[in-house]
Design a binder for this molecule. Structure first.
Ligand code: ZN
Length: 119
């Protein structure tokens, strides 16, 4: 069975193209055009659309999902924004005043008891 290894194709595209200044529309169009680029197959001495390079011959036992890109569109924060999207309970729930040790809400700037500014 021949399958299109969409995961390898998207990973290759994303590792060789900066998506920073692209809109989703541009990225989508550019990716589709990139897949359709004619590329050389040196061993066969011909050109084929790039997506042919991601056609893998696999046996029927292979789990197809190994080759499918993750198209789950639910938002999963990663990297630098991970903390911003944590459940409040996962963030340090509370701190204590460094001066009088009173329990403070996370992010408090002043202690309501002694009035000292928190770091
Ligand atoms: Zn205090």
């Amino acid at each position: 069975m021949e399958i299109f290894n969409g995961r390898a194709a998207t990973e290759e595209y994303m590792s060789t193209h900066s998506l920073t200044f692209s809109t989703p529309e541009m990225t989508l169009k550019k990716f589709a055009l990139w897949l359709g680029d004619q590329v050389n197959v040196p061993e066969k001495n011909k050109t084929v659309p790039r997506l042919m390079m991601y056609i893998n011959d696999v046996d029927n036992q292979t789990n197809k999902s190994d080759f499918l890109p993750d198209t789950d569109e639910s938002f999963k924060p990663s990297g630098a924004v991970t903390d911003m999207f944590k459940e409040p309970s996962q963030v340090a729930a509370s701190t204590t005043c460094y001066n009088c040790n009173r329990l403070l809400k996370a992010g408090s700037k002043f202690c309501p008891k002694c009035g000292s500014k928190q770091r």
